[in-house]
Write a protein that binds this ligand. Structure first.
Ligand SMILES: Nc1nc2c(ncn2[C@@H]2O[C@H](COP(=O)(O)OP(=O)(O)OP(=O)(O)O)[C@@H](O)[C@H]2O)c(=O)[nH]1
Ligand SMILES: [Zn+2]
Length: 205
């Protein structure tokens, strides 16, 4: 079943006034949001972020992860450029949902790392499906991205579905003592690029 566009409105934020596009994934019932800024008609690669929902990091100021800081840095970068898209994907907890993420955090409080915790709960390390992005990008007329991410799986997923990733823009921000092990595990077990890439890097918030 498809991901269908439902409605669009203005969304004023401290960074810029974005246009907010709402989509329904009819297969799962999940409601996704895209914030866009500027015009994409010229076909030039668009500064973009595929941001997976993290209620704890995005809305509740959690320092267990880097999500809230990455969300803000990405919106600031798009605002600075006057052109870009942020897909806010409702794939909480890398796809396991909020309550299972809290179960996973409980196991992490007992010493497991982020991947071991998922596995002990019977889940793969990362259950996200990025195919939902294609209809949203097509709706907006975006064919090529300058993708703000440290996650090579996102780059591969876009390329595999025919979206050109003209550049990967590292997004290193929100590091603190509480998420040190989490970020190290993402680098060692989930292939995240946490090195000191400088090319086109988004400023730390
Ligand atoms: N299962 C699980 N999910 C987590 C944990 N910590 C954070 N998450 C989720 O991980 C996801 C992070 O998504 P993104 O911000 O898109 O980041 P990413 O895949 O790490 O890649 P980047 O683009 O480099 O940020 C969110 O859905 C969070 O809710 C954890 O310990 N366990
Ligand atoms: Zn998070």
């Amino acid at each position: 079943m498809p991901v269908v566009f439902v409605a669009a409105s203005k969304l004023p934020t401290p960074f810029a006034q974005f246009t907010m596009h709402g989509f329904l994934d009819e297969a799962t019932g999940r409601e996704h949001v895209v914030l866009s800024l500027g015009d994409f008609a010229d076909g030039a690669p668009v500064l973009g972020r595929l941001h997976s929902e993290c209620l704890t990091g995005d809305a509740l100021f959690s320092q267990r992860c880097d999500c809230g800081s990455q969300l803000e840095a990405a919106l600031r970068a798009i605002a600075r450029e006057g052109r870009g898209v942020l897909l806010y994907l409702r794939q909480e907890g890398r796809g396991i949902g909020l309550l299972n993420k809290i179960r996973a955090y409980e196991l992490q409080d007992g010493g497991a790392d982020t991947v071991e915790a998922n596995e002990r709960l019977g889940f793969a390390a990362d259950l996200r499906d990025y195919s939902i992005c294609l209809p949203m990008l097509e709706h907006l007329g975006v064919k090529a991205l300058r993708l703000m991410t440290n996650n090579p799986r996102k780059v591969k997923a876009m390329t595999d579905m025919g979206i050109v990733v003209a550049e990967r823009v590292p997004l290193h921000t929100g590091h603190n003592p509480h998420n040190k092990l989490y970020l190290a595990t993402k680098a060692s077990k989930l292939d995240h690029m946490m090195g000191n890439e400088h090319q086109g890097e988004v400023d730390r918030a």
